[in-house]
Design a protein around this ligand. Structure first.
Ligand SMILES: [Mn+2]
Length: 287
């Protein structure tokens, strides 16, 4: 089930818009969920998201744009048997697309899929902040003897670039507190009651921004298809407003969207995840 084969491509686009040479966007599916803690199934995330994306309307009302016309190439899956392979192969693949001047969207898979992608962007871009949307801090030193577990991803990324701004956090282990820069954490409870937080966040970010988006930042009411759903999450328009502001104030250089754990009985969340990717691209390229 993890195989994504033609004619599946992001957006269900015709060949004219998926040609690699012409495409400005490269989508990299990473169906990996070896270290997931509770409900596994994120290995099916990229395929479900890409399938759902074939049912989207491709005109974006808000930005009055058809971003698919910039060209969206969907790559083969990155396959890996363990965390080391995963990190190396994702890094390699993303670097290749960055070298070809593509805007790269990495699709998880569990959050550890983000490490190699973030690393590639950190190497390629100066003055870069990592914008991290997630219910969890993912700052553990290790989990189950694995330093590259999904629960450690942002801790490992912080060792490459400590300028991480985390948004939507509402669950953490006490051991992670020491690794958090309080000024750069926007807890879900605080932003729920605040109106000025987006402006505060924009000011914190460097000119270049890499976005790592764990879908469990959304409230489980609209995004139940994650491995570890947490109550009190963010909603659709709240997230879109943030992403729009970030894309207009800063240069979004790449992103990953991870932790979709699809449910055969409810495909709504798959569609939400697909549309989220399309909205990110619309904000990126419409500005
Ligand atoms: Mn999470």
């Amino acid at each position: 089930m993890s195989e994504v084969k033609p004619p599946y491509n992001f957006g269900g686009l015709s060949e004219e818009f998926t040609d690699y040479q012409k495409a400005q966007v490269a989508v990299v599916p990473v169906p990996f969920d070896l270290t997931t803690s509770w409900m596994s199934g994120t290995r099916h995330g990229p395929k479900a998201l890409i399938e759902a994306s074939g049912y989207m309307e491709l005109y974006d009302i808000e930005t009055k744009s058809e971003v698919y016309r910039k060209g969206i190439f969907t790559d083969e899956n990155v396959e890996a048997k363990n965390s080391d392979e995963l990190n190396q192969r994702v890094h390699e693949r993303v670097l290749k697309h960055l070298g070809a001047k593509k805007f790269v969207v990495t699709l998880g898979g569990e959050h550890s899929a983000s490490y190699g992608a973030a690393k590639a962007h950190i190497e390629q871009f100066q003055k870069l902040s990592i914008l991290h949307l997630d219910a969890h801090t993912d700052r553990r030193e290790e989990l189950e003897d694995n330093k590259f577990s999904h629960a450690c991803t942002l801790r490992r990324i912080s060792e490459l670039n400590s300028d991480i701004v985390s948004v939507g956090i509402r669950s953490l282990d006490i051991s992670e507190l020491q690794y958090l820069d309080k000024k750069k954490v926007f807890y879900a409870e605080d932003i729920f009651h605040s109106t000025g937080w987006v402006k505060d966040l924009i000011k914190l970010l460097q000119p270049n921004v890499y976005l790592t988006f764990d879908l469990d930042v959304f409230d489980p009411a609209i995004m139940p298809s994650t491995g570890t759903p947490e109550p009190g999450g963010m909603y659709w328009y709240q997230v879109l407003r943030l992403l729009k502001e970030v894309c207009s104030a800063h240069n979004l250089v790449g992103c990953d969207v991870v932790e979709l754990s699809p449910n055969e009985q409810n495909k709504g969340p798959d569609f939400l995840a697909a549309k989220l990717v399309y909205k990110i691209l619309s904000y990126k390229f419409a500005s």
